[in-house]
Ligand binder design. Structure first.
Ligand SMILES: Cc1cc2nc3c(=O)[nH]c(=O)nc-3n(C[C@H](O)[C@H](O)[C@H](O)COP(=O)(O)OP(=O)(O)OC[C@H]3O[C@@H](n4cnc5c(N)ncnc54)[C@H](O)[C@@H]3O)c2cc1C
Length: 382
């Protein structure tokens, strides 16, 4: 028997659930979220490092982060559960003079939007963050408002509040097809039946491309494995150290309680859906990190996990209604920023569906930027 929903959301990760919550808080509660797995742990949302930062290259992305940061700071008041936000700051390091010029210019744009980012010389970095030892460091940016939060608590908060407001979340059910009638969305086919509805949102994370294919649309999002490792308790680094990132190697570290959390992208690893932890990647990561944080030679690895980044060609999300298919919306390709941008992505998709003006300019996120050959430029990519 066919069900009916005003909005059908494919995927119950942070993005799908934030959209559901934002729709329901605007009074649209006949919303169904379809998730092929369980609520937690299968998608990217269960594997995130929980980082939140305001340094982006486009004002819209900065405003996305600002909305998210405000929500994470006040999460308990809004959702009844703490997001455990820790404002440890972010320190981005570079040895590339060209990139350093760009970062300094971007800091003016970011400051004009209220971001308290400062540019640091190599001497200032050595003085304030002596564990960083990069002889050819050119400069760094530091933003004390940035930090980390608990993606599990945020996901739970979105899900719980959305359900309290009337949203239905259906787990263990896979969307296998999307119905379109005269270029208008008409519903979805699932492993358990049919649901009719005129609005479908693709929030399928690393599976966004295959959901796009259900309506004949190419959404250029590819899955890439990213590994994270955590040390045993390690007190030789400062307790209040910021998330510290080396833009050239993409290696990063931050505190995780008494331990240190470490990670890095591997540009040589091809796209795949593998999510088992890669031990060879750990060797590469340690070799890389020891070059610039030598004190880590005294640390031991306790555990690790891997998850999928959903990467777009310009490392920027794809957000909006797809031209030519009325009622088909995408919120995909967050490329490592989907936790911090989940609140704002939920807000703008809800605004688009209810016919309101989005609170930020969505031009850098439109799918058609790829066919128009006008990709968005993003400098801060890890
Ligand atoms: C190791 C790692 C570290 C990260 N660190 C950070 C960070 O520090 N800061 C940050 O902001 N972001 C970070 N991210 C990125 C962030 O986690 C993701 O961008 C975000 O979780 C994406 O959320 P999502 O809801 O789009 O995807 P997901 O959480 O993957 O959810 C999509 C869901 O859709 C479901 N689905 C797919 N197809 C179907 C279908 N046909 N039918 C039904 N259900 C379907 C999937 O099962 C999945 O549960 C990190 C990611 C990883 C892997």
């Amino acid at each position: 028997m066919a069900d009916n929903a005003e909005v059908i959301i494919i995927g119950a990760g942070l993005i799908g659930l934030s959209i559901a919550y934002h729709l329901a808080s605007k009074g649209i509660s006949n919303v169904v979220v379809i998730e092929k797995e369980s609520l937690w742990g299968h998608g990217s949302s269960g594997r995130s490092a929980g980082g939140i930062r305001l340094e982006f290259s486009h004002p819209s992305a900065v405003k996305f982060s600002q909305y998210g940061l405000e929500m994470f700071r006040h999460f308990e008041e809004l959702f009844g559960i703490s997001a455990s936000f820790n404002p440890c700051g972010y320190l981005f390091l570079t040895r590339d003079p060209g990139k350093w010029n760009v970062m300094q210019n971007l800091s003016f744009m970011q400051q004009s939007l209220g971001v308290p980012v400062t540019c640091l010389s190599p001497q200032e970095v050595s003085y304030r963050f002596p564990y960083v030892q990069i002889p050819d460091l050119v400069g760094a940016t530091f933003c004390p408002d940035d930090g980390v939060a608990d993606p599990g608590a945020v996901l739970y908060g979105f899900a719980k509040r959305a359900m309290d407001l009337g949203v239905t979340i259906r787990l263990g059910e896979q969307v296998t097809g999307i119905l379109v009638h005269h270029d208008q969305i008409a519903g979805v086919k699932t492993s358990k039946g049919m649901i009719s509805g005129r609005v479908v949102v693709n929030a399928a994370g690393p599976y966004a491309r295959s959901v796009g294919h259900m309506v004949g649309v190419e959404i250029p999002v590819h899955p890439y494995r990213r590994n994270i490792y955590v040390t045993t308790p390690f007190m030789k680094l400062p307790q209040n150290m910021p998330m510290t990132l080396d833009l050239e190697t993409t290696s990063y570290l931050r505190r995780d309680g008494d331990s240190i959390l470490l990670g890095m992208s591997d540009p040589d690893e091809p796209s795949s859906y593998h999510t088992e932890t890669d031990h060879q990647a750990l060797e590469k990561l340690i070799e890389t990190l020891l070059h610039w944080v030598p004190i880590l030679a005294d640390a031991s690895i306790l555990r690790g996990w891997a998850g999928l980044y959903e990467v777009s060609p310009d490392d920027t999300a794809i957000i909006g209604e797809v031209e030519g298919i009325s009622g088909f919306y995408c919120a995909n390709g967050f490329s490592g920023h989907g936790f911090m941008h989940s609140p704002a992505a939920g807000r703008v998709i809800a605004e688009l569906i209810t016919g309101e003006e989005p609170f930020v300019d969505l031009k850098p996120f439109l799918l058609k930027r790829f066919t128009d050959n006008q990709p968005t430029t993003e400098t801060f990519v890890i």
